[in-house]
Ligand binder design. Structure first.
Ligand SMILES: [Mg+2]
Length: 220
């Protein structure tokens, strides 16, 4: 499945695509720690941490309390701190920088869009952000992928139309189905686990280098 010729920019998810967070999705990790249903934890995470800036203690308290186990707040807090550390000191996948450099060299516009927990004291962006013309986090936008507003925030910032954007992500629901519903193209890189996009929905790759071969030739 080749991507459309109309594309102008590649929009990367961060965790699980560019940055190895080591533990998969945060909602699943917290659900296991709290012995709570993943959908409940995901809803609490979105409401209290991913759509607004939030102190770690406040987020851990809201999630442990919301799951009916305030006694496990310290365990939740440790997991949240580990995630903040992964954001502050990112470990990039080996294919991330070479592929970003190749895209930039070829004249592609590059965007990062992440469903991330927001920290009010977040000041210093990591060096790899320099590869992107725009970096948007759900906590700044006030909406998480697959919510269409997250994709629209990228469209507004880049002044690009949906058919000019392709989302590259590891979450089938957030990055792939969300992008397709917004009228974007999508490429699934399911290297953090979970099912791959079914045939016909979106191309599935096993590393970022394969994304390059799916993109149309740049003419500038
Ligand atoms: Mg991800």
């Amino acid at each position: 499945m080749r991507l459309p010729d109309s594309l102008r920019a590649v929009c990367f998810d961060i965790g699980g695509v560019l940055v190895d967070v080591g533990r998969g999705f945060l909602a699943e990790e917290l659900a296991e720690i709290l012995d709570a249903p993943v959908p409940l934890v995901r809803r609490l995470l979105i409401a209290h941490g991913k759509t607004r800036p939030c102190m770690p203690e406040e987020l851990a308290s809201a999630i442990a309390g919301g799951c009916g186990c305030p006694d496990k707040q310290e365990l939740a807090l440790a997991a949240v701190h580990r995630r903040y550390d992964a954001i502050a000191h990112p470990v990039l996948y080996p294919d991330a920088l070479p592929v970003l450099a190749t895209l930039r060299e070829a004249g592609w516009r590059i965007v990062f869009l992440s469903n991330a927990i927001g920290h009010p004291n977040y000041h210093r962006p990591p060096a790899y952000f320099d590869y992107a013309e725009t970096v948007l986090h759900s906590w700044e936008i006030g909406a998480c992928k697959p919510d269409r507003r997250a994709f629209q925030a990228v469209e507004q910032r880049t002044r690009l139309a949906p058919h000019e954007l392709v989302s590259v992500g590891d979450s089938l629901n957030a990055d792939i189905k969300g992008a397709l519903n917004a009228g974007w193209a999508a490429v699934h890189l399911p290297r953090t686990g979970g099912p791959a996009a079914p045939t016909g929905l979106a191309p599935v790759v096993t590393d970022l280098h394969q994304v390059l071969s799916l993109l149309p030739e740049r003419r500038n």
